[in-house]
Design a protein around this ligand. Structure first.
Ligand SMILES: Cc1ncc(COP(=O)(O)O)c(C=O)c1O
Ligand SMILES: N[C@@H](CCCC[NH3+])C(=O)O
Length: 386
């Protein structure tokens, strides 16, 4: 791997997101195989990674997509994902977006609220409606990425879903569930599904979208065990005619690495700081959730020291890791941040007038392909009017 990363830095410069096609294919295959004996439509959550070249790889494997709006729909169109495999999500859908999705023949929508149904979906059209229910189940994940408790902004209560079913049952084809992200235990998924199935039985709802949230190993936690997930969910899922899921992190995270350069190593009275080109502008997860990402210095000749790896931005919260043991690098050394393929580039931003990294794909045969150019400073203000 070291030579590969050095080679990529030589050719494309840094910072750069690097994705390995072989890992991506392996992860996607696992997701696809979980319920392949059922009528199963696996979809990829585009919010986790919207690079059309990567989405195209998944499209070729049969994946559909979960999108939030026009931007993510465009990424899917560029990737060749057919609209009849696309699910439209979101808790803030507008009338104009609805027209756009209908015009573009998007097949499924997850209706987030009772109010949304009444505002947008009462009249007949060609989109299949799934009601997003909030099962009030604790996903046991970070509070910012937990979505299935009553206090969260997502979904409608079972009572509200029933009220809609009583009046509009012929308009509603399925239920949608998404209780959070980075969930590593099977039980919350099982409980949420079984609770929803009770209602589905009562109103003869035959389609279910079980959402995403399948967790990976970032540090000491175990990855969600897909064999156990299958075993526990299958008896209930067998009662449905169509099962959809929406997976982001599980597919993308382990396939992606942020390769960036050390710009300074500084010592204060209490700490050693390794300053890199990239901070919360290129990978915001540590700053936003206190998330852990393993970091490796490619040149391991330095002594191991406890350091903070930080970005160059004007924020104390601008860090990639805190108090980690690292071979002390020198200015110009390369570091890689692991498990950065999901919610890495897709959440990158231009804070402090900085530019976004390039993205490179390492293909199965080892060859390299630039799949997004590094952003140029001149592009930053191209839409401003002075
Ligand atoms: C509605 C919905 N579906 C799917 C996902 C994908 O989640 P994950 O990347 O955890 O699989 C998300 C994000 O949590 C989401 O909000
Ligand atoms: N962006 C989050 C997950 C939220 C998923 C979208 N509902 C993360 O980086 O972990």
């Amino acid at each position: 791997m070291k030579e590969k990363f050095e080679n990529i830095a030589d050719i494309y410069g840094t910072p750069v997101y690097v994705y390995f096609e072989d890992i991506l294919l392996k992860r996607a295959k696992k997701v696809k195989e979980v319920f392949e004996d059922l009528n199963f439509l696996p979809t990829v959550a585009v919010k986790a990674n919207n690079n059309p070249a990567l989405l195209k790889i998944l499209e070729e494997m049969g994946f559909g997509a979960d999108i939030l709006g026009e931007g993510e729909l465009l990424a899917c169109t560029l990737a060749g994902i057919s609209p009849d495999k696309i699910v439209w999500n979101g808790n803030g859908k507008t009338f104009e977006q609805k027209e756009y999705m209908i015009k573009n023949k998007v097949k499924y929508v997850n209706v987030d609220s009772f109010e949304e149904f009444n505002y947008l979906w009462k009249e007949e059209n060609n989109i299949e409606l799934f009601l997003r229910v909030n099962p009030d189940i604790d996903a046991k994940t970070h509070p910012y990425i937990s979505t299935g408790l009553k206090k969260h902004k997502f979904g409608m209560s079972f009572t509200q879903a029933e009220d809609l079913l009583k009046k509009y049952s012929e308009r509603i084809s399925g239920f949608h569930l998404h209780i959070g992200s980075q969930i590593t235990e099977v039980l919350p998924f099982k409980e949420a599904l079984e609770k929803t199935y009770e209602l589905a039985k009562k109103y003869n709802i035959r389609k279910i979208n079980i959402g995403g949230g399948w967790g990976i190993k970032y540090k000491s936690e175990n990855e969600l065990d897909l064999n156990i997930l299958r075993k526990e969910l299958l008896p209930t899922l067998k009662n449905f005619d169509l099962i959809i899921n929406e997976i982001g992190r599980f597919i993308f995270a382990p396939a992606g690495f942020l390769l960036t350069k050390v710009v300074m190593v500084k010592k204060t009275e209490t700490k050693t700081f390794v300053v890199t080109e990239s901070g919360m502008n290129h990978l915001i997860r540590p700053a936003l959730y206190g998330a852990y990402h393993e970091i490796e210095v490619l040149d391991k000749s330095g002594p191991v020291e406890k350091v903070d790896v930080v970005g160059p931005l004007c924020e104390s919260g601008d860090f990639l890791a805190k108090d980690i043991e690292l071979n002390l690098p020198k200015i110009g050394d390369l570091i890689v941040v692991k498990n950065a393929g999901a919610y890495g580039f897709s959440m990158a931003n231009n804070y402090n007038g900085t530019t976004q990294p390039a993205e490179v794909l390492v293909k199965k045969d080892g060859s390299l392909k630039l799949i997004r150019k590094k952003q140029k400073v001149e592009e930053l203000f191209s839409s401003c009017i002075i």
